[in-house]
Design a protein around this ligand. Structure first.
Ligand code: MG
Length: 384
């Protein structure tokens, strides 16, 4: 039997490095890898994996990789053209997109236009371009498997019922490091506190988004596009243990959940094997040691991220691009110590109230344009 060939975009990030480990443990070939500029790790990966194709987004980093490995039997590409080549390689059976931020949208579209099976860890693709991405998948025969623990849980739970039988999707939220705090306490948290997620080790942007619950708002949009469910039927429940990863409530009130230890390798194994459950790539769940499993309502007075995303969605799809772009700028400012933690959602609300877009059509150009509108609002406000 022919060995499956994988391309991992964003191979030096948290999901990318775990994807390489899972592929290795499943005996799957890595055909290509890409990174932005962490070439120290990229070089180690090239030496270990010996991929046929490599893409580097940053120009200086590209020159360095090219001079070291250019003579070897490896094709090395640069910038957006490089992403395009790697996302649409004829030999690739699956493309994993673990690029962080809106920068990952282009790769998503290239992979889907090439009709690929896409393991999608870049949720921004669906947040800012859900209609375009799902239409592209449909038009070109591409398929999306979500690399996000909640959505992977729903995918698994849906094996016990039809989509037409769904009453509600219930996404769990860990609540992040500040669960239980009130707004006053939240004003005083530090960068270190915010980066200290209790259950998951992830990239910095998504860790901060988990603390503000913006990530959960984005996941509602993601789930809505993945499973064709209106956002009103997607509920959130806080579950601090992160063992129940999400649930589907069916029309007869039966509820099916997926449980496991919080480990993205489990999600990656499920996606990379295309739901085949070949072998365990994460530890066993011990129910006794995991007890008790608790569930709480979201405290939306303290944590406003979910309502902010719902508000952006209510204004129109392109406003999600504004929201995401502005949030990327605000998280950078917070991590640089320039704003307080609670400024993130307060300034974001100000932005979403102030901006009026003159365009409404969801095209690739307009998505990047709306993203800039969001970023510019933040930059101009900070310059005042
Ligand atoms: Mg998630």
């Amino acid at each position: 039997m022919k060995t499956k060939k994988l391309v991992v975009l964003g191979s030096t990030g948290s999901i990318g490095t775990q994807a390489l480990q899972v592929a290795e443990s499943l005996g799957i070939d890595i055909l290509g890898i890409s990174c932005n500029k962490n070439i120290k790790l990229l070089k180690e990966q090239i030496k270990k994996i010996k991929p046929k194709y490599v893409a580097v987004a940053d120009e200086k980093a590209y020159s360095e990789v090219k001079s070291e490995f250019g003579a070897a039997d490896i094709k090395i590409f640069y910038g957006e053209e490089g992403l395009k080549v790697l996302a649409s390689l004829h030999e690739a059976d699956m493309v994993i997109n673990s690029i962080s931020g809106i920068a990952g949208l282009t790769a998503t579209l290239y992979a889907l236009r090439a009709g690929k099976m896409l393991g999608l860890a870049n949720k921004e693709s669906l947040v800012v371009a859900g209609s375009l991405v799902t239409k592209t998948a449909k038009d070109f025969g591409g398929k999306i498997l979500p690399i996000d623990s909640e959505h992977c849980a729903i995918l698994q739970a849906l094996r016990s019922g039809k989509r037409s039988e769904i009453k509600n999707l219930i996404l769990t939220a860990s609540g992040g490091p500040f669960f239980g705090m009130n707004r006053e306490q939240l004003k005083r948290v530090t960068i270190t506190d915010a980066l200290n997620h209790p259950n998951w080790h992830m990239g910095k942007k998504i860790t901060i988004d988990s603390a503000t619950l913006l990530n959960k708002g984005f996941e509602i949009i993601e789930a809505s596009w993945l499973f064709s469910i209106p956002i009103e039927k997607i509920k959130i429940v806080v579950h601090p243990q992160s063992v129940v990863h999400s649930l589907v409530e069916f029309k007869d009130n039966n509820v099916i959940a997926q449980l496991s230890v919080p480990d993205m390798k489990g999600v990656l194994g499920y996606v990379i094997t295309e739901q085949m459950r070949k072998k365990a790539v994460m530890p066993e769940l011990n129910l006794i040691n995991s007890s008790p499993l608790e569930f709480f309502d979201v405290d939306s007075n303290t944590f406003r991220g979910i309502e902010l995303v719902q508000f952006a969605h209510s204004r129109g799809e392109l406003y999600l691009s504004v929201c995401n772009g502005a949030s990327e700028e605000l998280v950078k400012l917070f991590l640089n110590g320039q704003i307080k933690f609670t400024d993130i959602d307060e300034i974001l609300l100000e932005c979403l109230n102030a901006v009026t877009l003159e365009r409404a059509e969801v095209t690739e150009d307009n998505i990047f344009w709306a993203d800039r509108v969001g970023r510019d609002f933040i930059k101009e406000k900070m310059a005042r």
